[in-house]
Design a protein around this ligand. Structure first.
Ligand SMILES: [Zn+2]
Length: 205
């Protein structure tokens, strides 16, 4: 089998690890029932394996019984009830895996409570997608603890690759990619073989 054949048959448009992990966080956010803010988190261990995911939701068995309001009396708002995506990812992972040393991919910059949880759980890195609630005051409360005071970790903003896109169209998943790939590879092999034969013929003249 020629080297050209092997090289041409390799996929180059595969999803790189970091994009995959953030995509899982984005997908997890889609599970949230919060009408205003959907957040997702994906926890990855040191072997580059996903060990937990989470999204912002109400506590177990409370979904549909507690408010998602952002304004009103304290007990009528979501803030005192909602479990953040970071918390859920850590709890979900802890059931089956050690989260120490893990990296968290999260769609929104962690709040103060989650920052403390992340530190206590022993995570080594946080990669966030956006910080839409950024404010100087928040930097004092959220960043102060991990970065300024303890130096435990420094949250890293995810670098968006403009060429990286993920589309999931469920009714397309049933097509057999191996058959398509096989046909493509055969055609490439045929083309390279014919080219080699033509080159060899011309060289012999
Ligand atoms: Zn939080």
């Amino acid at each position: 089998m020629s080297v050209v054949f092997l090289l041409l048959c390799n996929r180059t448009d595969f999803l790189v690890d970091t994009d995959y992990f953030m995509a899982v966080a984005v997908l997890s956010a889609q599970r949230s029932k919060d009408p205003n803010t959907q957040v997702g988190a994906c926890l990855v261990n040191q072997d580059n394996k996903i060990v937990g995911t989470g999204h912002n939701c109400m506590p177990n068995d409370c979904e549909g019984k507690l408010p998602w309001n952002r304004e009103g009396a304290k007990l009528d708002t979501k803030y005192i009830y909602v479990c953040h995506a970071e918390l859920n990812a850590i709890v979900n992972a802890s059931a089956n895996a050690d989260v120490k040393g893990c990296t968290m991919y999260v769609t929104l910059f962690p709040c103060n409570e989650c920052a403390k949880l992340i530190i206590q759980a022993g995570l080594k890195e946080v990669v966030y997608l956006c910080d839409k609630y950024h404010s100087p005051q928040k930097i004092e409360t959220t960043l102060a603890l991990p970065v300024k005071c303890c130096g435990v970790f420094s949250p890293v903003q995810f670098i968006v690759n403009v060429n990286s896109k993920v589309f999931i169209v469920f009714h397309n998943v049933n097509t057999d990619p191996w058959i398509e790939t096989g046909v493509k590879c055969f055609l490439v092999f045929l083309k390279s073989t014919i080219s080699s034969l033509v080159f060899a013929t011309l060289s012999c003249r």
